[in-house]
Design a protein around this ligand. Structure first.
Ligand SMILES: [Mg+2]
Length: 179
């Protein structure tokens, strides 16, 4: 019988994180102001992305929609951005190749059916409480915070704690060496 891989073991392998955007990095609302689309991002997630990078992870945002708001956020955080991709399984594998990592080393966090192909390939599939039920049910790890409310930060801290890196990052931060 195949041995069950625990969530902690999955977290130990991680070297990268791929995030869906709408509903994960945001609350999923699309606000229109004239022709512009306005999205709200959590500063806690931004710090979490920087923590992950400081721990040596690579980070990507993968979204079907795209737009100037997510382009700006990705640029601010210095993360890889892949837009206009509805086939997220294929896009996820392309990002793994670009990162020179196996899918087992990459986590994916998503909230809707579109994310399921990538979640099935990822070493760890994470989701959020405001995700669609079919997505929540297929996640290895579920945040307690909603998308747009710090769920990505919560995930990064949980995984880095398991990897034994979180205390060191906090100590380094307190010495002025933080992200
Ligand atoms: Mg989404």
């Amino acid at each position: 019988m195949a041995r069950v891989i625990t969530v902690a073991e999955r977290m130990m392998n991680l070297r990268a994180l791929v995030c869906d955007v709408d509903g994960v990095l945001t609350d999923g609302r699309l606000n229109y102001f004239g022709d512009e689309e306005i999205k709200s991002f959590s500063v806690h997630d931004g710090f979490g992305v920087n923590l992950a990078k400081q721990a040596g992870w690579q980070v990507a945002f993968l979204t079907a929609r795209g737009g100037t708001a997510v382009e700006r956020r990705a640029r601010e955080l210095g993360v890889h951005l892949q837009t206009g991709q509805r086939k997220k399984g294929d896009a996820f594998l392309a990002i793994c190749t670009q990162f020179q990592l196996a899918p087992e080393q990459v986590a994916y966090i998503g909230d809707d059916w579109l994310d399921l192909p990538a979640m099935q390939l990822a070493g760890l599939a994470a989701s959020v409480p405001n995700a669609m039920p079919a997505v929540r049910q297929r996640a290895h790890w579920l945040a307690s915070l909603d998308g747009g409310e710090g769920a990505v930060r919560e995930f990064v801290e949980a995984a880095l704690r398991i990897q034994g890196k979180l205390d060191g990052l906090l100590a380094a931060y307190l010495k002025g060496e933080g992200p």
